[in-house]
Design a protein around this ligand. Structure first.
Ligand SMILES: Cc1cc2nc3c(=O)[nH]c(=O)nc-3n(C[C@H](O)[C@H](O)[C@H](O)COP(=O)(O)O)c2cc1C
Length: 107
């Protein structure tokens, strides 16, 4: 790696260390434009590294962390109901985080 790449990778490892050292995960997740805030997405994109936060054997995803429980609290300003103009496929907040959390043994 170049010096810049090494520096970036060590910063990513520091961030992953926060998850690796934790014995619980607590996430407060507001809905932003039907999804999650971009800073949280950026944290996920930086830290969700194979064999650090999750495993993948070419077929199945699995956990790499040893966190027995996670608490995710979802908030949003509006109510979305069946039959309204907001399609269910726009609902990217809880299902996405629930999926990620269940693969670090936190479900
Ligand atoms: C940039 C931004 C985008 C938002 N997008 C949505 C949205 O798509 N749907 C929704 O229900 N609320 C949306 N909200 C409202 C937040 O979900 C709400 O502010 C958050 O859940 C915290 O609640 P509070 O403002 O009452 O503290 C948005 C807020 C911000 C700042």
């Amino acid at each position: 790696m170049t010096d810049t790449e090494s520096h970036t990778w060590s910063r990513i490892q520091e961030l992953m260390g926060r998850f690796q050292r934790a014995n619980r995960s607590v996430l407060g997740v507001p809905m932003w434009n039907f999804s999650i805030p971009y800073k949280l997405k950026q944290l996920i994109d930086l830290t969700a590294q194979r064999n650090y936060l999750f495993t993948y054997d070419g077929k199945e995803y699995g956990p790499s962390l040893n966190i027995p429980k996670a608490l995710a609290v979802y908030t949003r300003g509006s109510t979305y109901r069946e039959g309204t103009s907001i399609p269910p496929s726009f609902y990217h907040q809880a299902p996405y985080i629930d999926f990620l959390a269940s693969h670090d043994r936190s479900a």
